[in-house]
Design a binder for this molecule. Structure first.
Ligand SMILES: [Zn+2]
Length: 327
């Protein structure tokens, strides 16, 4: 009994040694394959964001970053092969074994952070002369606004009896434009007539005007106001265009939410109805590159949409904008 127990322990021990040897060899060969690291660099207003993405947690978790003058060095613990996406001319790149060197023109300082799933290392490089975006939106900084009347032309949106969503949103943006005239240097409308306007046309109008605030108006069939702010389709997409719009959405996320809250509070005090706040990946809001809210007004069964109602809505929006500006 006793000797057979010893014998069993010996067998067990040999088996364990064998098992560890196998594990050791396989983990070692694993480490010899090089890891694909995706590199994305985007530059905007004196600020460069550098993102390394790997499928291996350890590659990112154990990476080390050093910065001196205009050089940033990143040491990765394992060998890798780099897949880089368009890199701006202000950044030059070289690789030596497991180290990657980024030379950044006019580099002032860097800030780094690591994100999970997928593992990412983000380095924000601030260039000399970089002015951080204003934190408080004082009234003076609200120089321009763009009002978007949803739908139009062939696309009438929701129809309830004689009411067309496209016509209501157009009357509203026009009446709103005249009631907020004194508060803004410039008021843009995405459309001023009842012609059809595609999403692509709207996006190009928004981008060429570059407003400080963007509001889009729609109607629902519901009895409440719904206020939508944008969220990215994918926060760190490998597609450069998606990545840039996601980046601009995230930049304005908090301000957009504050703007929505301010609008919602004004709507509630004027109409005494329920207000819903929602986040949605809406393309228009992603392209605005400014604090943006899509406002869905109650259906025509719940609001009369005569001249008086339109001016009440316009009044609530202007109160909401002014309270947002005073924060
Ligand atoms: Zn609509």
């Amino acid at each position: 009994m006793n000797s057979s127990f010893c014998y069993n322990v010996t067998i067990m021990f040999r088996f364990l040694v064998f098992l560890f040897t196998i594990l050791f060899i396989s983990s070692n060969t694993g480490a010899q394959e090089s890891d694909d690291i995706a590199l994305r660099v985007s530059e905007r207003d004196g600020f460069v964001r550098i993102v390394f993405e790997s499928q291996r947690d350890s590659q990112i978790a154990r990476s080390k970053i050093f910065a001196s003058h205009t050089l940033v060095k990143v040491d990765f613990p394992e060998s890798f092969s780099l897949k880089e996406h368009s890199i701006p001319s202000s950044v030059s790149l070289s690789i030596k074994e497991r180290s990657l060197y980024l030379r950044i023109k006019n580099l002032d300082k860097i800030k780094e952070f690591k994100l999970a799933s997928p593992p990412r290392l983000v380095i924000d490089a601030f260039l000399k002369g970089y002015k951080p975006p204003e934190i408080t939106v004082g009234k003076k900084s609200l120089r321009s606004i763009m009002l978007d009347a949803g739908h139009g032309g062939h696309d009438s949106g929701i129809r309830v009896r004689k009411h067309k969503e496209s016509a209501i949103t157009l009357s509203l943006t026009k009446s709103l434009a005249s009631s907020i005239k004194s508060s803004f240097k410039k008021i843009y409308l995405t459309r001023e007539d009842s012609n059809t306007m595609s999403l692509k046309e709207r996006i190009s109008v928004i981008q060429s005007s570059g407003p400080d605030i963007f509001l889009s108006f729609h109607l629902s069939n519901a009895n409440y106001f719904a206020l939508y702010t944008g969220i990215p389709f994918s926060e760190y997409s490998l597609n450069d265009r998606d990545y840039n719009t996601a980046f601009s959405l995230l930049k304005h996320k908090d301000k957009s939410k504050a703007l929505a809250r301010s609008m919602g509070t004004a709507f509630r005090s004027v109409f005494n109805t329920e207000i819903l706040y929602r986040e949605m990946p809406l393309p228009l809001l992603s392209y605005a590159n400014a604090p943006s809210v899509l406002i869905e007004l109650p259906g025509a069964d719940f609001l009369a949409y005569d001249g008086k109602t339109l001016s009440m809505i316009a009044n609530a929006v202007s109160v909401g904008l002014s309270n947002y500006g005073k924060r």
